[in-house]
Design a protein around this ligand. Structure first.
Ligand code: FE2
Ligand code: FE2
Length: 412
């Protein structure tokens, strides 16, 4: 039998974070990361600096994981789970982030101002709440902090290096100050700090319009080359080089998913969650191509970038881009990928075999996402055609314009 301490009046408990305040705070973190994820997806194709673009892809996915963890917790303590915070200044901060004057300013505003403030708020929250009663929140916060702090460690050196090379424009400095002022006007991420007056936007502010061109930094010199005919698969070495060079251009697929994610940001959360993963998978496929090429003494920055593919896709609405990507490029890639696994096995090329098998695992999920979300998307945009008819019509365009002539099959 457990014996209780001999006391009739237990020590008073300092209730630093009552459940209603807790709920309001968790909702603010969820909202902020959700908005950052969408803003970064909107901007991603327009980011030129390669390493930053890859990091942003990873942040989009990690933010999606945090939003999901907070959503799972919030739905236990508020209904509906997704709620816009009742704080105009905070909502304005999130809405303004996308109007940065240039990519450097965008990255500075998010990674140097907003995310460090979020880290501070989360780490305060972690110790302020009830460690046992609110353990599920503590768990989500601890894991988010691990990612957010690692992002800082990876991205801030990229910013410093870019500034050393002259990227730190006056516009970026003015923008960073503005983002800080917006944050101060909302009492910080928690909203509990003193509130400064609402700032007026600086003249450098640029109304955001989703990009219709994919940007690449100055290291890429071969931007719009036509697709060359690949060496035959029987020519193992020459074909394999081309195979992995094509992987290195899969940033194009990530950028298309980014367009879809931003363009359809009012689709259900589960779609956004799947698409954030889809997007980052394509960044990883691109990086897999980089790794392979570098291991083989090749320079991936010399690879043709086929930027016309992104421009071509952007003529079509996001749903059609998604349909052509998942039901065109991705569905049709499997027979070829399986032949490549066999060819790599036969040649004893373990690394290439493993890379392609991981790619097949990801691509299987992407096709599954396509089947899951296309019907929902068509309902969402009020499309009258059936899923089968819509897909068949989209694939006719894909076959006639992409797969033939100047835009033949580039497996993604
Ligand atoms: Fe894919
Ligand atoms: Fe891919």
């Amino acid at each position: 039998m457990v014996s209780l301490p001999d006391s009739t009046s237990p020590a008073p408990v300092a209730v630093t974070l009552p459940i209603d305040a807790n709920r309001r705070l968790l909702n603010r973190y969820r909202f902020l990361e959700h908005e950052i994820m969408q803003v970064l997806a909107g901007w991603m194709p327009a980011l030129g600096h390669f390493e930053t673009k890859c990091e942003v892809g990873r942040t989009i996915w990690e933010c999606a994981l945090h939003v999901n963890a907070l959503y799972l917790r919030l739905r236990e303590i508020q209904s509906p789970a997704f709620q816009r915070p009742d704080d105009a200044a905070f909502v304005r901060l999130a809405a303004e982030l996308r109007h940065a004057p240039d990519e450097h300013a965008l990255v500075r505003g998010i990674y140097r101002v907003v995310l460090p403030a979020l880290i501070k708020a989360l780490s305060d929250h972690e110790t302020a709440t009830f460690p046992n009663s609110d353990l599920p929140s503590v768990y989500a916060i601890k894991h988010a902090l691990l990612d957010l702090r690692s992002q800082q460690e990876r991205v801030l050196p990229l910013l410093t290096a870019a500034e050393a090379e002259g990227a730190g424009s006056a516009a970026a400095t003015a923008w960073e100050r503005y983002v800080q002022a917006l944050l101060d006007a909302s009492g910080g991420v928690s909203g509990t700090g003193p509130r400064a007056a609402a700032p007026t936007p600086p003249p450098e502010r640029q109304e955001f319009t989703p990009p219709r061109e994919a940007a690449r930094d100055a290291r890429f010199t071969n931007r719009g080359a036509d697709f060359a005919v690949m060496p035959p698969e029987e020519d193992y070495r020459a074909h394999t080089i081309e195979e992995f060079e094509r992987y290195s251009t899969e940033m194009l697929a990530a950028e298309t998913v980014a367009v879809v994610l931003y363009g359809l940001r009012d689709m259900p959360w589960e779609f956004q969650f799947d698409s954030a993963r889809h997007l980052y998978d394509e960044v990883r496929h691109c990086l897999m191509g980089y790794e392979w090429m570098r291991r083989n003494g090749l320079d991936p920055f010399q690879s043709p970038q086929y930027l016309q593919v992104f421009r071509w896709r952007c003529q079509f609405p996001p749903v059609m881009q998604y349909c052509m990507l998942t039901m065109g490029n991705e569905v049709h890639a499997f027979p070829y990928r399986h032949r490549r696994v066999e060819a790599h096995e036969k040649s004893g090329d373990r690394l290439s075999e493993q890379f392609v098998r991981y790619d097949i695992a990801d691509e299987t999920q992407h096709v599954r996402f396509g089947h899951r979300w296309l019907p929902e998307m068509l309902r969402h945009i009020g499309e009258k055609r059936s899923v089968d008819t819509y897909t068949a019509d989209a694939l006719k365009v894909w076959e006639s314009q992409y797969r033939s002539g100047k835009l033949p099959l580039n497996v993604e």
